[in-house]
Design a protein around this ligand. Structure first.
Ligand code: SF4
Ligand code: SF4
Length: 103
């Protein structure tokens, strides 16, 4: 059950869509996801609302008997932390990933 990332709007189809002038200067952040599986109650909020389609539910069960999320598309995470804000059980959080080459 893999999810495709949402497609970017087609700039040729909307007269209102434009590329930001500084788009080439913006660096997209990357997040390092942490899931405390045994806290999860399987509500799927994080899976449903992640804007990048990073998460999906595991087929395994946690200690409470619920399916829990796994990061199937981890490189796509942009550290927006929406999953962290939505989780009612504080079972998932995201930290800024270390930049390559930084100490
Ligand atoms: S931090 Fe944002 S992009 Fe990353 S898994 Fe959570 S909701 Fe998705
Ligand atoms: S939002 Fe929290 S409790 Fe719900 S599925 Fe995700 S990790 Fe589990």
């Amino acid at each position: 059950m893999s999810k495709d990332l949402p497609a970017a709007p087609d700039s040729t189809k909307s007269k209102y869509w434009r590329k930001p002038l500084d788009a080439d200067k913006v660096k997209i952040p990357h997040g390092e996801l942490h899931i405390i599986t045994d806290r999860c109650k399987g509500c799927m909020f994080c899976v449903e609302y992640c804007p990048r389609g990073v998460l999906e539910m595991s087929e395994d069960f946690n200690a409470k008997g619920y399916h829990y999320p796994i990061a199937e598309n981890d490189p796509a995470c942009v550290n927006c932390r929406l999953c962290e804000m939505l989780c009612p059980e504080f079972a998932i959080f995201c930290l800024k990933a270390e930049e390559e080459g930084s100490s």
